[in-house]
Write a protein that binds this ligand. Structure first.
Ligand SMILES: [Zn+2]
Ligand SMILES: [Zn+2]
Length: 284
């Protein structure tokens, strides 16, 4: 089986929390396919001519490079999942021939280059291809099950599951009826958010709630994470995890669980403390 390394180019630099998510993703993929690795670098664009072609093709000069190495059957589904979440273009030095490209859906751009390395002039071309192209060309045989395996939702629910199932084991009545009302204030930047910063059970809406951060707008917000299921009147209530959670501020799907004990300010990555500004009653 073939393997190798390829780069994704993104318009903007990744935030600290996104880098953390991708590092977890690396661990997750490695749990079933070893030798998968992700590195974060700056894109190397060597000449003005190359820069101009890139801008004309994709509309911006990429600021972030995600370099991924692994087996071909792992990296392409991972590229699809990563590009679905973070956007960008995949840079492939050798590609299919023009006729193949033209038959496909999605966007692709051919970039020609000429660089001088010491005294040798290197010239050639590479392609920048979008997520649709990756999906329809490299992963055309992937089915939904395989896509789900590589999708970020898998790791996203992994984050939640541990806490959620631990919480769910204790009976609803054991959950606190009052919790602190916490106001997080970052001393380094102006971020302020009134969130709990931990998972809790809300007796009012009969569901579990967790704090999230958005990697698009750095917002901190709380969101329901469970869905009540009542198989029949005799069985106890069951809970499923909600999968599609979007930022309450900007609507982005790029959200991850945030916990006060492990995470820092999503905006500037400094330590963040909270003040207790009251009590929240969860049960009448
Ligand atoms: Zn947002
Ligand atoms: Zn901050």
């Amino acid at each position: 089986m073939d393997g190798g390394c390829l780069d994704i180019w993104l318009e903007e630099r990744l935030s600290e929390s996104s880098i953390r998510v991708l590092s977890c993703y690396e661990g997750y993929i490695n749990s079933f396919s070893n030798t998968f690795s992700i590195k974060f670098e700056e894109p190397e664009i060597k000449t003005e001519h190359e820069e101009k072609q890139i801008r004309n093709a994709i509309g911006y000069i990429p600021k972030q490079q995600i370099s991924i190495c692994g087996w071909a059957n792992t990296i392409f589904p991972a590229f699809e999942a990563i590009m679905k979440k973070y956007g960008g273009y995949l840079k492939i030095p050798v590609g299919a021939e023009k006729e193949v490209f033209e038959k496909l859906k999605g966007h692709w751009f051919k970039i020609k280059y000429k660089h001088k390395v010491a005294t040798i002039v290197m010239s050639g071309y590479y392609h920048l291809i979008d997520v649709e192209f990756v999906a329809k060309y490299f992963n055309e045989k992937s089915d939904d099950e395989e896509r789900e395996l590589f999708d970020f939702k898998s790791i996203f629910s992994d984050f939640l599951k541990k806490d959620f199932y631990k919480n769910r084991e204790s009976s609803i009545n054991e959950h606190p009826t009052h919790i602190e009302k916490r106001k997080f204030i970052c001393k380094n930047c102006d971020l302020e958010a009134t969130v709990y910063g931990e998972m809790y059970y809300d007796h009012g809406c009969h569901n579990y709630i967790a704090t999230f951060t958005c990697s698009q707008c750095n917002n901190l917000f709380e969101h329901l994470i469970s869905e009540m299921r009542w198989p029949d009147l005799k069985s106890p209530i069951e809970y499923d995890l909600i999968k599609d959670i979007v930022c309450m501020n900007c609507g982005s799907e790029k959200v991850i669980v945030w916990n006060k004990n492990e995470d820092k300010c999503p905006k500037c990555n400094s330590d963040i403390a909270y003040e207790i500004v009251g009590t929240i009653q969860l049960k009448v």
